[in-house]
Design a protein around this ligand. Structure first.
Ligand code: AMP
Ligand code: ZN
Length: 112
């Protein structure tokens, strides 16, 4: 979608550090990491936010991708966190559906 930062990354119009890519998903390093490992997993197709996306298969593949990256980075056993911020009160700032994978430091048990 025109003007969407993540669409521009997917189209290679903006630089990013790509961690994983297949036909439907891209995973990149977050530009402002909140933990030693902070990766964003996003569909290549533009959905602005979760309620817009009814593709359960795609959503499942996003989780499976996060799980695989966590395994590759060796944080499975220590632990990690998957977060999806949804719309304004959910803390979403970039309106292209994405999931955060955070790991590499103890993450607070508190949410919000
Ligand atoms: P959210 O608040 O869930 O919408 O998260 C948006 C995330 O995108 C934030 O963690 C930002 O640091 C990250 N971000 C914004 N622009 C870029 C970019 N150009 N490359 C990588 N990550 C980005
Ligand atoms: Zn987009």
């Amino acid at each position: 979608m025109k003007g969407c930062v993540f669409c521009r990354i997917i189209e290679r119009e903006l630089p990013s550090r790509i961690v994983f890519e297949d036909e439907s998903i891209l995973a990149i390093e977050d530009i402002n990491p909140q933990a030693p490992i902070h990766i964003l997993i996003m569909p290549k197709r533009h959905y602005s936010t979760l309620p817009e996306c009814d593709d359960a298969g795609l959503l499942g593949r996003m989780v499976a991708t996060a799980k695989e990256i966590a395994r590759e980075r060796g944080v499975e056993e220590k632990g990690y966190r998957l977060v999806m911020n949804i719309n304004r009160e959910g803390g979403q700032t970039v309106f292209h559906l994405h999931m955060h994978l955070l790991a590499g430091r103890p993450l607070s048990g508190k949410l919000g």
